[in-house]
Design a protein. Structure first.
Length: 316
């Protein structure tokens, strides 16, 4: 069967709810013999509950962990580390067909067979993006790129204190006449800045090219190191400035809102991302997205039971 032979590397970032991560990995392994999980656990949390509960021959925890704050450059670094581990795992004739970057609070809305069919579709566009350089005329929004954002990866556990430090740094930088341009040069060529969801599914070719750029493109690192939420701009900027753009969809105009460019996940984003429950079942199975975010143990259990039945998994 197709789902038994298709090779997927799931690259999962997690910081909470090891019970949900365990269930997620079990469901995505159902009838799949060549699926592996490369998991990054945020360095500021204890990894022990995860490694004690979520384990198996196809479970791999990345050794180089990063202290991750929302909006900081370390989010790109752990994406790079997960890609490194997954690519290094390949040996001889064993190559992954797909690399899926996701979170530990996702859950599939399709069966594994349908996921394999979706990912193997030669016409699939793996990313939806927008050109911020040319199409975004909201100067306040563009500050996430043009303003220098310091202290976003500061190692402070107190959330309010961390926010105070990063907010104060932004206030100071706004007073100074120092800004980055809306584009930058790479190997003698102008690269525009693009925006997309940080969660995506990549072909082997795409994963290899992106990892190479993350390792060797010094101009890319210099430009995005002190930007806001580079996990939503670094990889999209690589994709749309290289041959990978042929496998991505560029929207003709810019409009604020992450859901517009989310190709992999369904979510409800207000002041915070909604936690889905069984009340959202009909909406989710009709949304035509592969995954939903976010689900949580103790709040989404009945929803996950319904989704498992829908996806042909009677037991998890």
């Amino acid at each position: 069967m197709m789902e038994n032979s298709y090779r997927i590397a799931y690259l999962i970032s997690a910081y909470k709810d090891p019970l949900h991560l365990k269930r997620l990995c079990e469901v995505l392994s159902y009838n799949m013999s060549k699926v592996h999980f490369f998991i990054h656990i945020d360095k500021k949390v204890d990894i022990t509950p995860f490694v004690n509960l979520v384990k198996g021959s196809n479970i791999h925890y990345v050794a180089n962990r990063y202290w991750s704050n929302w909006g900081g450059a370390n989010q790109v670094l752990y994406q790079k580390e997960m890609l490194r581990c997954a690519l290094a795992f390949q040996t001889g004739d064993f190559k992954f067909d797909r690399f899926v970057i996701m979170t530990g609070q996702d859950y599939p809305l399709m069966s594994n067979l349908d996921l394999c069919k979706l990912f193997s579709d030669p016409n699939r566009k793996f990313m939806i993006g927008e050109n911020l350089t040319k199409d975004c005329h909201d100067e306040k929004y563009m500050e996430r790129i043009t303003l220098y954002h310091f202290l976003r990866d500061i190692h402070v556990r107190n959330v309010k204190l961390k926010q105070f430090f990063s907010y104060s740094a932004r206030k100071i930088m706004r007073l100074l006449p120092i800004r980055k341009g809306k584009w930058f040069m790479v190997r003698g060529k102008r690269w525009d800045v693009y925006y997309a969801s940080s969660y995506m599914d990549l072909s082997n070719e795409a994963a290899t090219l992106i990892y190479d750029e993350l390792c060797n493109n010094k101009a890319l690192y210099r430009y995005f190191r002190f930007s806001n939420t580079p996990e939503e701009t670094v990889i999209p900027t690589i994709v749309f400035n290289t041959k990978l753009s042929k496998k991505a969809t560029l929207l003709p105009s810019w409009k604020r809102g992450l859901i517009r460019v989310s190709n992999l996940e369904q979510f409800d984003y207000g002041k915070s991302i909604k936690i889905y429950t069984e009340d959202d079942y009909e909406e989710l199975i009709n949304c035509r997205k592969p995954f939903a975010r976010k689900l949580e143990t103790g709040k989404s259990d009945k929803l996950m039971d319904l989704l498992d039945i829908h996806n042909g998994i009677a037991k998890h």
